[in-house]
Design a protein around this ligand. Sequence first.
Ligand code: TYM
Length: 369
Amino acid sequence: MKVTPWEVSGHIDYEKLIKEFGTSHITPQLLKRLEKLAGETHFMLDRRIFFSHRDLDWLLDKYERGEQFALYTGRGPSGDTHLGHLLPWVFSKWLQDRFDVEMYFQITDDEKFLAKDKLALDETNRLAYDNALDVIALGFDPSKTFIFVDTDYMKTMYRIAVQIAKHTTFSTAKAVFGFDNSTNIGISFYPAIQAATCFLPTFLKKMNVPVLIPAAIDQDPYWRITRDVAPKLGYYKPAAIHNTFLPGLQGPEGKMSSSKLESTIFTTDRPDDVKKKIQRAFSGGGATMKEHKEKGGNPDVDSACQYLYQMFEPDNNKIKEIFDGYRSGAISTGEVKDMLTKKVTAFLTEHQKKREQARKRLDKFILKD
Ligand code: TYM
């Protein structure tokens, strides 16, 4: 298993990650508390798609005492947006609606330019604004959502980033991110920039603002260094809530990733592509129809079942029916793939319409220096 901000591979053991990263489980008590304050639960919480956190209880204490928090999440624009990226954003939108809070959304054209040999800065900057359309299409509140692209907002960000950089040694950065002598110095400074957004609401409002970061667990190393530095600068430590990875279509290991085209559904994919990709997806079913009927399949490794579970079938009764049916062999691989194809196609048709409409609304969301 490898889980870093730049690589996720192998069989991912989330229990082990909680131990290694030093994060906390989302306990039933914490879940109840969140549900009470939000006024409802979310299936991604019930199903522990969001499975781990840092200081969420502290953040809720503050909220109960009347201190409004801000949300922070982001995207590294290395290509088109895929369904895995949308997962934490869909949940963030729910949090924004339920708690009526601001969202700061960072798009790191600098990071992807520095980390990917083949990407030019003009290209990552273009992709940044294109990816922003996916964020807007999800329906975030324009009066409370601030999207920025690093190289176009660096005047503000740099002032925060240098403070963090001064308190982070190269030896810490090496230990946390695995940098070595071949790492370019842009990437070795970059963590200070992703960390800086944790303090942006505080910096802009000139008062300490608690921040909650919904993101997959691969981003957690950034929050570790930020949390070390925060007290030295007189800021609150950021709180985080971590999601598991939506797997690639080709199997349960690793994650859906822009670099594996056949394994990934992009938000710009057409219905034909979606159908083809899902038809070829990894199946947990029996080798033949006969065998499947007799012995049943394994929904825990079946890509279509997992996509329904993690994102596309919010109804707990329906998902139970599907999983039970698949395990017993009463529901075939073809049938779950068809169910998923219908759900994803319906979602993307609507999303693509909203994505086009978002072009005209981009200015309402973008923060500029
Ligand atoms: P990026 O572009 O790799 O990923 C964007 C967000 O999607 C999550 N993610 C996934 N979640 C579920 N299943 C997957 N298969 C999957 N793949 C990616 C990531 O954890 C992330 O939340 N460095 C960041 C950009 C960034 C950022 C942030 C992300 C800047 N500030 C604050 C989160 C929070 C990046 O390259 O993300």
